[in-house]
Design a protein around this ligand. Sequence first.
Ligand SMILES: Cc1cc2nc3c(=O)[nH]c(=O)nc-3n(C[C@H](O)[C@H](O)[C@H](O)COP(=O)(O)O)c2cc1C
Length: 469
Amino acid sequence: MCQFQAREMSVEEIHQLVEDFGTAARRAKDAGYDGIELHCAHGYLLAEFLSPAVNRRVDQYGGCFDNRVRIVDEILAAMRAQVGTDFPIQVRLSSMDFVTGGRTEAETYELCRHFEEIGFDALHISNGMYASHPKDQIIAPMFTDHALNMERAAQVKSLVNIPVILANRINDPKMADTLLKMGKADFIGMARGSLADPYLPAKAKEGRFDAIRYCIGCLQGCEMPLFMDDQAGCLVNPRCGREFENDLAKATTSKRVMVIGGGPAGLIAAETLALRGHKPEVFEAQKHLGGQFRSAAFPVGKGELSTFVSSLRKSLEELEVPVHLGVEVDEAAIASFAPDSVIVATGAKPLVPPVPGIDGANVVTAEDVLLGEVEIKDAPIVVCGGGEVGCETAEYIAEVLLPHVPITVLEMQDDILMDMMPFTKVCLIEMMVQNGVAWKTGATVRPLRQTVWCTRMPKASTSCLPRRS
Ligand SMILES: Cc1cc2nc3c(=O)[nH]c(=O)nc-3n(C[C@H](O)[C@H](O)[C@H](O)COP(=O)(O)O)c2cc1C
């Protein structure tokens, strides 16, 4: 239970807050900032005043539109009094609250016109509140359409004569350019795109689009840590948040490094080595790069994961790092290469539990299923392991490979998807339900009448899919 109890602010507190915003604006200007954005989005304090879903006041700060927006009117006036009219102040607002009883779309347009009238210099159109459905979230996940706000932003743009900034799940500069050409907004904001690749603007300017490390919308590295009181990072950019310790300083001695394994870890290691002036070479036993990131891109909604591997491949090409595919490294290979250092990045192998019958023809791995290397024809299907791999694979089978077949995920723990970011988990569970995937928790798999079963598979690896032979 939350340890804090929300309460209504007194009018005196509101007046103090208004004054404080004014003095904060003064400090920001004095500190040398070029402008200010007033945050009226995402369910934070001012968004709560604006939202009929939260604001139940019956005084001059609650009820009708004019009352709910009054605090923003007063804050802007207080800020203007401190910084003048020639200092840019823009406002950020969610295009809709996306909660029952929240601000409606029509009221958003009324609000945007009002914000222009009272003197904001630009409108930054974002999305949702923390309480919104994950697909309408502030930081929309991979299961959401790109630029989910674009139509509402375009409507706003048609109503006002100040710049409109559009944000949320726009991760590609060409898409951003297209949206601008379509007149959906005047500027595009990119948050996660910049975490994934801080050089995105420079690469776009140079036309190196295939070298951009695109945000994949996973939320695993950026938003997930925020819920755990940790610092934000990025799944596709391991340097994110660690730029000082991993500053890519040139090495004093350039070493010949053998990188064994062409999965994400090996490729990032090789890229980092090359950027630091070493001479790495990548050796991959398979005929292709990417390791388990390849199969991870097959479940529904996760196709963008393959941009990670393709951008790393391009980066290594630009850095002139030799990549040897289909080469199994053994002692002789290491001796003949004579490296100064070896990096072993061969990844994890699926845990195959010693259950009788595990070698049967009706048992396959999730990776093989996702990569299309085995064909599943028969049902019912049992997926052993209800982590992200097991559930995504079950959903993929139910939605893409064998619609409408009986399929059940078995999980030993008390819940499925314990390893998944809560917002993306809700999306995946909805997809599983829609496609008829059932699951049982607290379920231990045992051999039964010659049927083949297996227990849990390790995290981020494969799950077994027993199949009728
Ligand atoms: C790690 C992280 C922290 C964020 N913190 C804030 C914040 O403090 N205030 C805010 O208005 N938006 C915040 N956002 C939301 C972004 O500003 C942006 O609206 C959202 O991520 C959608 O845009 P994108 O698809 O370009 O990431 C944050 C996003 C991330 C990923």
